[in-house]
Ligand binder design. Structure first.
Ligand code: PGA
Length: 247
């Protein structure tokens, strides 16, 4: 049976124990064994996700990670700590981390390496701002962001990478990128990866993915899944996206 496209929920700074329990139970009960789903939850709820999703095929992961292995870094969480109790993936370089917390390309590359070294899947986000797009710099920005990662990480990490193209202006705006734009950028990323000798990488699209546009977006060549923010907080919406991802 063909595997469904990979759908990752990014809960961001949302949820509480009670809400999460209901959402996770709904996902566990109604997902199909061949769905490829994961939820990236706030750190304090990782253990809740682990417990609630036991016995299901739904993965769970973090939204950020420290670039450091250990030491005097108050407030940080290392990749090894996440891996210690079975966490499967971590988002790195989300545009909110880049813009609000000053993460640069080099930091993102170090985080991707840390996640993969711990045996997890790094979901690396790239994407241009609206100003960059309007200046015609989309290709340049996205290529630079991916190149920084490819230049830093090991060959083994390259094999584990998942790349999410998330145009910053499409995130949380309700306005997803057009199919043409997504196709163009994904084809470019695929070419860049292949030039670096990296094949089979899953390329996700993110930015205002919802049940109503998931089918069209997931149907685009070189789109292997989606990173879903707002719509991942609603179990019905997320499950409808999962349905659209079945191939
Ligand atoms: P959105 O967020 O689906 O709410 O646009 C996507 C993301 O930030 O990963």
């Amino acid at each position: 049976m063909a595997t469904a496209k990979y759908i990752v929920g990014n809960w961001k700074l949302h949820g509480n124990a009670q809400e999460n329990a209901a959402r996770l139970a709904a996902l566990k009960e109604r997902c199909r064994p061949d769905d490829a789903l994961a939820v990236c939850v706030p750190f304090p709820y990782l253990a809740q996700a682990q417990q609630a999703l036991q016995g299901s095929t739904i993965g769970w992961g973090a939204q950020n990670v420290s670039e450091h292995a250990k030491g005097a870094f108050t407030g940080e969480v290392s990749a090894a700590m996440l891996a210690d109790f079975g966490c499967g993936c971590a988002i790195v370089g989300h545009s909110e981390r880049r813009s609000l917390y000053g993460e640069d390309d080099a930091t993102v590359a170090r985080k991707a390496q840390a996640v993969a070294e711990a045996g997890m899947t790094p979901i690396v986000c790239v994407g241009e701002t609206l100003a960059e797009r309007e200046r015609g710099e989309t290709a340049q920005v996205v290529t630079r962001q991916l190149a920084a990662v490819l230049a830093h990480v090991s060959a083994e990490t390259k094999r584990r990478l998942v790349i999410a193209y998330e145009p910053v202006w499409a995130i949380g705006s309700g306005r997803a990128a057009s199919e043409e734009d997504v196709h163009e950028v994904h084809a470019m990323l695929r070419g860049q990866l292949e030039q670096a000798g990296v094949t089979g990488t899953r390329l996700l699209y993110g930015g205002s993915v919802k049940a109503s546009n998931a089918g069209a977006l997931l149907n685009i060549a070189d789109v292997d899944g989606a990173l879903v923010g707002g719509a991942s907080l609603d179990a019905e919406e997320f499950l409808a996206i999962a349905q659209a991802a079945r191939v």
